[in-house]
Design a protein around this ligand. Structure first.
Ligand code: SF4
Length: 233
């Protein structure tokens, strides 16, 4: 079936990414908090064998991509994933699933990055799914200053500094351009940091220009002004 560019863009926004041959799709499977059960992994394996080429890849933000799926099979893939409690997504100009380090499985963790990522995915990824933002919005969570989740490169990131106390960093990005984010003064509890993320989202929605990344907006508006907004000043 011949698809228009608009149709392909709409599919990409839902997690179905056109491959270079123009015929097949990579299906982005959201792996919340980077954690997947053995049964879910088995289901993904079966889907790859039925609709792809028998393999899947892991993205740098710990999601899964199933390549080589034909357009006609996209609904079947989505339905099969649903049976295992999984979904396609994590693309488009919206809040992306939070990216966390392995936290509770690591002896250095100062807060539970896995639980925090799950909460953030409920509140911000699912809760804001239909809210169109200027561009993607990435949250990154490191359990300690070893910083395995590269918190300087997220739109808003948390880095564990003391037990259940985090530093909040804003304005980073990576990709074609790289901007190193900066730390907001003070340390915060996880609930406080989550409220700051919500404020950052509102600020971005109101002040970001179409297509402008959060980090570029922080540069344009000024770090101090965004910091003030997040601190409620
Ligand atoms: S950032 Fe710290 S807690 Fe997280 S995986 Fe790395 S060393 Fe462990």
């Amino acid at each position: 079936m011949e698809l228009t560019n608009e149709q392909r863009t709409a599919l990409k926004g839902k997690g179905y990414i056109t491959m270079k041959d123009g015929l097949h799709f990579s299906c982005r499977v959201v792996i919340s908090a980077g954690k997947i059960s053995a049964l879910q992994a088995q289901k993904i394996t079966e889907i790859c064998q039925s609709y792809g080429k028998g393999y899947f890849t892991i993205t740098h933000r710990s999601n899964v991509q199933i390549p080589w799926v034909q357009y006609e099979d996209l609904d079947n893939v989505a339905k099969s994933l649903e049976e295992a409690g999984l979904s396609i997504g994590g693309t488009g100009p919206r809040v992306r699933p939070a990216h966390n380090c392995k936290g509770p499985a690591c002896r250095f963790h100062l807060y539970d990055t896995e639980a925090a990522a799950q909460q953030m995915n409920e509140r911000f990824y699912k809760g804001y799914y239909d809210v169109k933002l200027p561009s993607k919005f990435r949250i990154q969570l490191s359990g300690c200053p070893n910083n395995c989740a590269k918190t300087q490169l997220g739109c808003v990131s948390l880095q564990g500094r003391r037990p259940n106390q985090v530093a909040v960093l804003i304005g980073g990005m990576s990709g074609r351009n790289t901007i190193v984010g900066k730390e907001i003064a003070g340390l915060y509890s996880i609930p406080e940091a989550m409220d700051m993320i919500e404020t950052a989202l509102q600020f971005y929605k109101e002040n970001g220009l179409p297509g402008e990344r959060f980090a570029k907006m922080v540069d344009r508006v000024g770090f101090e002004n965004v910091e003030k907004a997040l601190l409620g000043n």
